[in-house]
Write a protein that binds this ligand. Structure first.
Ligand code: ADP
Ligand code: MG
Length: 684
């Protein structure tokens, strides 16, 4: 019996050469080999008679070799074997290209099962290069066969054989981090059964049971690891901050805080006053007023003698936040500065020095704030706006800047609760479920091409009333999209400014512009210098131009609902009635149906739910953006229900045995240690 850490090259049938190929797939140990789960399965369970074969299908055929396999050499590098097989009454011709060795394997008069794609005229079926084996063997035919990720020179059949051998050599040492109790309580299949059936399923039912167990197991170990992390973090010493009298801060605001804003600030201040570092997520729809909460927290930190860093996802937004925070904080004697890539070297140097020597109390910037050359004097609070664009690992990098500063993250993306639990498992959550008063509903219309001229007239009307218009396109340049009718921001801006609105000022902003160019355009739009701003989704996040009352979205079918909602949040920020017009674009009835949701509600959470139903949670997080370890079999997108029970089970186990010192938890403990080792820097 081999240990799971044995080098794959020692497994019978692998050897040095194949081990090199396996290494390309990230497989170096026996454990890697058997936990390299199939990416798909080939259903070879159906065995047909020759007369029932249908052109194009992939299927197994039981047949007897009727002729001596005939070899012919066509030219260098190309030879053929032709053979005829028969069942009771019908015949089939089989051709093998460049597999002269089958000549010896196919013995006339003997029966085999062939699996392959059927071609040829009706009644005269043929197969090319089928897989075959003798009757009764049933490893490659007559069953569900695994398909693995592969690499040049490493054939599926070789991988299958190696995995099969690997499973045999593991004996009873298969990975089994689930304590028996957990397995039984959750009705899960046994480890050996699961490993055998995930690779070589006896049936679809068995495969399902195996999958369920392994997904559970993976989430269970992850949940345990995250819990242990949380505990460890809790042991870190934070920076207790005495909450100052909030009225000093609020009395200077041009509005009074909503109840939800007050609650969120209370939550945060109370966290910050404790011994443990705060980890809080503020979740609130676009326009719910999250910035002022951030400002209040920065003020709290500064009042207590600590520095605060406020990180925005884009430079434009960083500058806006900077302006907002400066206006709120400087009158209170708090020195606030900005750090962005677009600044001159000289300015940057000064900003950095002020930060290092503690002259600056609040710094606003992009992820530049977490780059190596930014030194703080005594960083006590870190705020990340629109967290979903940062990812956990960036948050981690920032956390490392200070000893263990308080962390506040703000997000307008409503994340399904189960997902939030695991991704933000270490965060407390405040939800802002109340909009500032007087906020108007943005009237939203989904329209077809037939309405284009009327919409142009409407745009003109808004401008003539002194308002401004956003036009959002899905692409920057024409050639980015091969499909017809996709509006590119560049071309469309030209068209609007030269042909449709030659008398108005039309601006263009997109993600491929230099930060400085972008900023120039944005500030001209903010100041009212530009009437119509053609943009890509760079304006999706946070930009505040209260005078913009109309947003026109081109090719609406190209955007997710949540994304459209974020975009729409750019209008309706001032006193005047605001509108959002979405051109349906291609996509037909289905696209139209989808957009209806946008017209009927302004509630971001409802829209997100709808989006989730229609598109799945894949959109909420890019693959590794969330900073969680890569899963071998479980999916954050589709296995959420299993995640919930795995998490519960994990908590139960840790409650009774927090150190995992009991005998039955030793495998679990090892698995967690391995997970943590393998993900150094990712998890935190
Ligand atoms: P979010 O970041 O949550 O999308 P912002 O912080 O940008 O929202 O706030 C949106 C707008 O609402 C800003 O113009 C802000 O000045 C205003 N605002 C915030 N809180 C209030 C409030 N309590 N009453 C009135 N206006 C508010
Ligand atoms: Mg915001």
């Amino acid at each position: 019996m081999l240990s799971l850490e044995t080098d794959v090259k020692y497994i019978k049938g692998v050897g040095e050469a194949r081990a090199k190929l396996f290494a390309k797939l990230g497989i170096t140990t026996l454990r890697d080999l058997i936990t390299n789960f199939p990416r798909a399965y080939d259903d070879r369970t159906v065995i047909k008679r020759i007369r029932d074969l249908v052109d194009g299908e992939r299927v197994c055929v039981w047949a007897t070799v009727a002729t001596v396999p005939k070899y012919s050499h066509i030219r260098r590098g190309l030879d053929l074997i032709k053979v005829r097989v028969v069942d009771e009454i019908n015949t089939m011709n089989i051709t093998f290209f460049n597999q002269s060795y089958v000549k010896e394997q196919l013995i006339p008069g003997e029966s085999y099962i062939f699996y392959g794609k059927v071609t040829g005229q009706p009644g005269r079926p043929e197969m090319t290069n089928p897989v075959f084996e003798r009757e009764g063997v049933e490893t490659l035919t007559g069953r569900i066969v695994p398909i693995y990720h592969s690499t040049a020179g490493l054939y599926q059949n070789v991988i299958r054989k190696c995995v099969s051998q690997g499973l045999r050599e593991c004996g009873d040492r298969l990975p089994n981090p689930l304590p028996d109790k957990v397995q039984i309580e959750n009705n899960l299949a046994q480890s050996r059964f699961s490993y055998e059936n995930i690779h070589f399923p006896k049936s679809y039912e068995a495969l399902e049971l195996a999958r369920k167990r392994l997904i559970f197991e993976e989430f269970f170990v992850l949940s345990c690891a995250l819990s242990i992390f949380r505990e460890r973090k809790g042991e870190k010493k934070g920076y207790p901050m005495n909450p100052p009298d909030l009225s000093q801060f609020t009395s200077r605001l041009p509005y009074s805080l909503t109840g939800a804003q007050k609650r969120a600030i209370d939550d945060a201040f109370s966290d910050m006053s404790g011994q443990r570092p705060m980890s809080r997520l503020i979740q609130g729809d676009v326009g719910s007023g999250k910035t002022v909460i951030a400002a209040a927290c920065c003020w709290n930190a500064a009042k207590n003698g600590y520095q605060a860093a406020f990180m925005a996802p884009t430079e434009i937004l960083a500058e806006q936040h900077y302006a907002t925070l400066r206006d709120m904080l400087e009158p209170l004697g708090i020195r606030t500065e900005l750090l962005v890539g677009g600044q001159t070297a000289k300015v940057k140097r000064t900003v950095l020095e002020n930060l290092k020597f503690g002259l600056t109390q609040v710094i606003v910037g992009t992820h530049a704030l977490i780059s190596k050359d930014v030194e703080y004097n005594n960083l006590g609070l870190v705020i990340a706006d629109e967290q979903h664009r940062f990812g956990v690992s960036q948050r981690a990098a920032l956390t490392e800047k200070g000893e263990s500063p308080h962390v506040l993250v703000m997000s307008a993306t409503p994340i399904p609760r189960t997902l939030a639990l695991i991704v933000y498992g270490d965060l407390d959550v405040s939800v802002i479920d109340e909009m500032p008063p007087g906020r108007q509903k943005v009237d939203t219309f989904a329209v077809g091409e037939g309405m284009r001229n009327r919409i142009y007239a409407f745009m003109r009307k808004q401008v003539s009333q002194g308002h401004q218009v956003f036009v959002v396109c899905p692409a920057v340049e024409e050639n980015e999209e091969i499909q017809d009718n996709i509006k590119s921001a560049k071309e469309y801006a030209k068209e609007l400014s030269q042909q449709i609105f030659p008398d108005l000022s039309v601006g263009l902003v997109h993600g491929k512009m230099k930060p400085k160019e972008k900023n120039d355009v944005m500030s001209r739009f903010v100041s009212g210098d530009i009437n119509i701003l053609v943009a890509t989704t760079v304006i999706e996040v946070g930009v505040d131009v209260p005078n913009a009352t109309l947003m026109v979205v081109e090719n609406g079918d190209r955007f997710g609902l949540s994304q459209l909602h974020q975009l729409r949040g750019r209008v309706g920020r001032g006193k005047s009635k605001s509108y959002c017009v979405i051109f349906e674009g291609a996509g037909g009835d289905k696209a139209r149906e989808r957009l209806k949701v946008m017209c009927s509600t302004n509630d971001g959470f409802k829209i997100a739910e709808e989006d989730l139903k229609l598109r799945g949670p894949g959109d909420f997080f890019g693959s590794r953006q969330h900073g969680l370890p890569e899963m071998r079999i479980a999916s954050f997108a589709t296995d959420m229900d299993v995640l919930v029970s795995a998490r519960e089970a994990a908590e139960k186990v840790l409650k009774t045995d927090p150190e995992l010192s009991s005998k039955e938890n030793q495998m679990l403990r090892k698995s967690i240690e391995k997970l943590i080792r393998d993900n150094e820097g990712t998890l935190n």
